[in-house]
Design a protein around this ligand. Structure first.
Ligand code: SAM
Length: 283
């Protein structure tokens, strides 16, 4: 497993929520509000690689009043963490059994947790009933061949946020930034369980593949913009990036260590992401 910890996901959650592009999100909300007006029943959403549920907490407060979410992840510890985080996020818990039902900001939200490995069981997940397929910080992990298959099977609208696009600006800059970033990109393209990862190329590939299938695709930049109020996140990011670069052996240990020390104290840092909304023709 890729081993994302619940602590790391909790640390990045405020920056993730700030970064999401609000104009693109408004288009998604507009379409789902229309659907809720013309069709009875809850809006059904499936969240791929749901981690501890951050994507739901960001999006659900903006969506129609009755929602059913399926959170899909292969990591049982993260599915448990998601349940715990959602229980404490709720204004009221209506049901805590197999399907969690809660109230938040006047929304009635039911949530099912599904443990599934998306590298092998994609078909089963894509055949779940859904009005929107969503994901956050997930698609840069997958391989180009997996993306091709995913796009060929997709029939629902897709809203995916925070796909890493490879752009980073740390301030003040360091002479070793470019070498470190190149090595980090090498690491981004290593196998994360789906074959060699598309990494920073994923969002562009997805856009091309979905357009070729007749989807209407919109995208927007959603960079993390971190400053002194995100000190702990900047530190952990520097430590994580340095660790990834060391694994590539492309940069000497001394250079990596010096970069890690200075980057842990960076004043600001911008990490590029892309949000994407793709609608099939008939939607
Ligand atoms: C960067 S985390 C993002 C988590 C969450 N979407 C968020 O925004 O906080 C990537 C997530 O994808 C999940 N994941 C990675 N490979 C997976 C696979 N093969 N099947 C299912 N989930 C996977 C990880 O367990 C992790 O929860």
């Amino acid at each position: 497993m890729t081993g994302f910890s619940a602590q790391w996901l909790a640390l990045r959650e405020p920056a993730d929520h700030r970064a999401r592009d609000v104009s693109l999100q408004a288009k998604v909300v507009h379409d789902l509000e229309h659907l809720a007006r013309v069709r009875p029943g809850p809006i059904k959403l499936v969240d791929l690689g749901s981690g501890s549920g951050s994507n739901l907490r960001a999006l659900a407060p903006h969506l129609p009043a009755t929602q059913h979410w399926t959170l899909v992840d292969y990591d049982p510890a993260l599915l448990e963490a998601a349940k715990a985080a959602l229980l404490s996020w709720a204004d009221k818990v209506v049901n805590e059994q197999e399907t969690l039902v809660l109230l938040k900001n006047g929304k009635h939200i039911s949530i099912k947790f599904v443990r599934e490995d998306l590298s092998s069981n994609l078909d089963a997940v894509l055949s779940l009933p859904m009005d929107l397929l969503t994901a956050a910080a997930f698609f840069d992990l997958v391989a180009e061949s997996w993306l091709e298959r995913f796009c060929s099977l997709l029939s629902a609208p897709l809203y995916t946020v925070l796909t890493y696009n490879g752009r980073e600006v740390w301030s003040p800059s360091e002479p070793t930034d470019a070498d470190m970033l190149a090595a980090f990109h090498t690491h981004q393209q290593t196998d994360k369980g789906f074959g060699a990862a598309a990494g920073p190329a994923a969002a562009g590939l997805m856009e091309t593949l979905l357009k070729a299938r007749g989807f209407a695709v919109s995208n927007a930049q959603s960079p993390w913009k971190l400053d002194s109020s995100d000190r702990l996140l900047i530190e952990q990011l520097a430590i994580g990036s340095a660790g990834a670069v060391l694994e590539t052996k492309q940069v000497s240990v001394d250079v990596v260590d010096a970069w890690k020390q200075s980057r842990s104290m960076a004043l600001t840092c911008e990490i590029g992401h892309i949000d994407l909304y793709a609608r099939p023709r008939q939607f």
